[in-house]
Design a protein around this ligand. Structure first.
Ligand code: GLN
Length: 487
């Protein structure tokens, strides 16, 4: 049987039971059978992948072991630059853009011997919660192909859930790794801000953006994270200090830990089956010896509003570089100004335009303090709320998403409904803290439910310790029927 986790594949590679080329072939075979329905990938480069897998096999045979991702097929969200391979951020404005350099995470994956299967679909510039904002067509959820996989890293989540990659990288500005992981029944984690280099990540909102792994298991999540994180002089916001020993909490359970249930992340708008699955898991954690307390973080109620000022404000500045002169698409124009404005009118989709307009407005003279300044004060209040909470508890828990995967088209005409998809995930972006989504079961329609574990800055070890117990208690080992039909 083909391995379904990175850890298992790694063991079998080293025992000679399987080769990297075989792992790649099986990932590509799943993609060949499922892509017509899922559309998880924007680009698959078989030849390059095959070459890397061949080299991984030769290296291993020669005794050169590059670490836990050696020979493992990994997918990459298409907002991280790959030298010589088209990188679009799912935008028309970058169609045909072939970067001259690799993102730092891409170099780290390569140094770690990983095999890049392909570039995955996303909402344009990572703005969205469903991948429906991709300029190249929506991705679909492997558990029910009439539904969205979440977003913006929906392609990465769908690929890992279907088995066309054993792991993937996504980016998370307000929930874009965790929410799609939740909707697709896989593990998705956002590390502490600054611990994974953003060099080569196409910027959305630089003070919030963070790259992280999507995988089948908690252990795999730690294996991918350990390969890509660490200080990078090419990213001025990269954290230069020591990183936590993330494997240290594995196998220790939660006995004696104090876990806070976030009061504000429940109630109206939350599906009853999501709430009952989360409550049942909290009871199980108590039975495993954790002390459970309810914690109130009142500023969470205004986190979403603050995010939708800060993120668009930063986006409006970051996206100014797409002018038709330096990258990608260029429209005709008699003057520089008309060339630029036509390029931007043709190249950006409606959600991106909405964000640029919102952000420009929020930053404009006369409104700056009322909008952007006020949002920054809310951000500070959220940080204070978190600090108070982590003075009392080791970790905080909540649903990852208020709902399970929704039908394609259901929220496209209602931006606010779409924005609410990230209500549980946004606070950890505003604080810069690590958080992870763990699949804990299926609802009565067979759709996955995710459980979020949040921890304080650089407490990834604590986060993984709790998440591993959640994974063990849930015993979630289901795979979508699409993958079953496919394999
Ligand atoms: N869905 C949120 C948004 O649209 C978060 C996106 C993200 O994390 N990249 O902004």
């Amino acid at each position: 049987m083909t391995p379904t986790t990175i850890a298992d594949a790694g063991r079998r590679l080293r025992s000679g039971e399987v080769t990297s080329v075989e792992l790649l072939d099986s990932a590509l075979a799943v993609a060949a059978r499922t892509e017509a329905q899922l559309h998880a990938f924007l680009t698959i480069d078989r030849d390059q992948a095959r070459e890397t897998a061949d080299r991984a096999d030769a290296d291993l045979a020669a005794g050169k072991d590059r670490g836990p991702l050696h020979g493992i097929p990994i997918a990459l969200k298409d907002n991280m630059t790959t030298r010589g391979l088209e990188t679009t951020a799912a935008s028309q404005i970058l169609s045909g853009y072939v970067p001259p350099y690799n993102a730092t995470v891409v170099d780290r994956l390569a140094e770690g011997g990983a095999v890049l299967v392909g570039k995955t679909n996303l909402d344009e510039f990572a703005m969205g919660s469903s991948t429906e904002n991709s300029a190249y067509g929506t991705s679909y959820n492997p558990w029910d192909i009439t539904r969205v996989p979440g977003g913006s890293s929906g392609g990465s989540a769908a690929a890992v859930a279907a088995g066309s990659a054993l792991g993937a990288l996504g980016s998370d500005t307000g929930g874009s790794i965790r929410q799609p992981a939740s909707l697709c029944g896989v593990v998705g984690m956002k590390p502490t801000y600054g611990t994974v280099s953003r060099y080569g990540l196409i910027a959305f909102a630089s003070s919030l953006d963070q790259i992280g792994p999507l995988t089948r298991t908690i252990e795999d999540s730690a294996l991918v994270l350990s390969t890509v994180w660490g200080h990078d002089p090419l990213d001025a916001t990269s954290y230069p200090g020591e990183l936590p020993d993330i494997m240290s909490g594995f196998g220790r359970g939660v006995d004696g830990m104090k876990i806070g249930v976030v009061k504000e992340l429940s109630g109206e708008g939350y599906e009853p089956q999501v709430e009952s699955a989360v409550s049942a898991m909290v009871e199980n954690l108590a039975a495993s010896g954790a002390e459970i307390v309810e914690v109130s973080l009142p500023s969470f109620d205004i986190a979403l509003s603050a995010y939708y000022l800060i993120a668009p404000a930063e986006a409006s500045a970051n996206l100014a570089r797409f002018d038709g002169i330096r990258y990608g698409h260029r429209a005709a124009g008699d003057t520089t100004e008309s060339l630029m404005s036509r390029t931007r009118a043709e190249g950006f989709g409606p959600e991106v335009v909405r964000r640029i307009l919102l952000g420009t407005y929020a930053l404009s003279a006369g409104y700056y303090d009322a909008f952007y300044g006020q949002a920054q004060r809310v951000r500070a209040a959220i940080q204070e709320d978190f600090a108070r909470a982590y003075g009392q508890v080791d970790a905080l828990v909540s649903p990852t998403s208020p709902t399970v995967a929704f039908a394609a088209g259901a929220r496209t005409d209602d931006p606010l409904a779409m924005y609410l998809s990230d209500i549980c995930t946004i606070p950890s972006n505003l604080s810069g803290h690590p958080a992870i989504s763990v699949p804990i079961g299926l609802d009565d329609q067979g759709l996955p439910i995710g459980f979020q574990v949040m921890a304080s800055a650089l407490a990834e070890d604590v986060m993984f310790q709790v998440a591993e117990e959640v994974e063990r208690l849930a015993g979630f080992d289901k795979t979508p029927s699409l993958a079953e039909v496919a394999s």
